[in-house]
Design a protein around this ligand. Structure first.
Ligand SMILES: Nc1ncnc2c1ncn2[C@@H]1O[C@H](COP(=O)(O)OP(=O)(O)OP(=O)(O)O)[C@@H](O)[C@H]1O
Length: 240
């Protein structure tokens, strides 16, 4: 039997001794997408950090069958919010994608023809092959996110985390990202998307976790994103 991509059983997350999120219970299958929805400060980014093992986790959290903190390198791909990226770092788009191969090659491993071919193919897939030699920091926010997604794809990540990836994207960039997410799911990759956009969650995510410093609801998106449940996280002002 295949392990769930994610399984939280009574998980609490905290920053040192400061609790941030409590009582999380969920399961996500390979090939499915999970939307994290909730108001500002609800704990969406914290939940992603929990999966990456960069905040304190208590309870039972398993990722692709591995306990948190013991997931083999490369299996989790992470695309942080664009505001969190250091754009002064002088790397090209191709170099950023090649970083996805480090788990396979080791930091000092040499790239072979097969690796370069994979990097080229993935850059084509995210429609950025013509920007391969450009500096990462010169790209638009949407393009930078697609480069980071390419880095996860080249690593053959089985779980990809996207933190508010649709913020500030125009229509074409939004469609491009949505179609990549759909094709990843078809390949059996599980995706977690933190977003304020409920329409997007309905479009691409089978499951939704509604947060407000705790788990308000988890389940099929069409059952969670209904007025009565949303109100429990946002209050009445945000419904209607
Ligand atoms: N580095 C940190 N140290 C201590 N507390 C933090 C830290 N980062 C976030 N928090 C706290 O954890 C809680 C959840 O924040 P988080 O950033 O996960 O929310 P969010 O849902 O992603 O919000 P937003 O939609 O604004 O990005 C908040 O109370 C926040 O103040």
């Amino acid at each position: 039997m295949t392990d769930p991509a994610l399984r939280f059983q009574d998980v609490d997350l905290s920053y040192g001794r400061t609790p941030a999120l409590s009582g999380i219970n969920l399961s996500l299958d390979p090939g499915q997408a999970l939307a994290l929805i909730g108001p500002n400060g609800a704990g969406k980014t914290t939940l992603l950090r929990g999966i990456l093992g960069t905040v304190r986790v208590s309870g039972d959290l398993r990722i692709l069958g591995h306990p948190v903190g013991h997931v083999p390198p490369g299996l989790i791909g992470s695309v942080p919010q664009s505001a969190d990226l250091d754009l002064s770092f002088p790397v090209t788009v191709r170099h950023v994608v090649e970083m996805g191969l480090y788990a396979e090659l080791g930091w000092f491993g040499r790239l072979k023809g097969e690796h370069r071919r994979r990097v080229r193919e993935v850059l084509e897939r995210v429609d950025l092959a013509d920007r391969a030699q450009d500096r990462f920091g010169e790209l638009s926010g949407g393009q930078r996110q697609r480069v980071l997604l390419a880095r996860s794809i080249v690593a053959n990540a089985k779980l990809i985390l996207l933190d508010e990836p649709f913020n500030g994207l125009d229509g074409p960039n939004r469609s491009a990202l949505l179609s990549i997410v759909r094709s990843l799911k078809e390949e059996g990759v599980a995706v977690v998307v933190s977003t304020h956009d409920m329409v997007l969650a309905e479009e691409v995510c089978e499951q939704t976790l509604l947060l407000a410093g705790r788990q308000v609801a988890f389940g099929p998106t069409e059952e969670v994103l209904v007025d009565d449940v949303i109100r429990q996280a946002y209050g009445s002002a945000h419904v209607g």
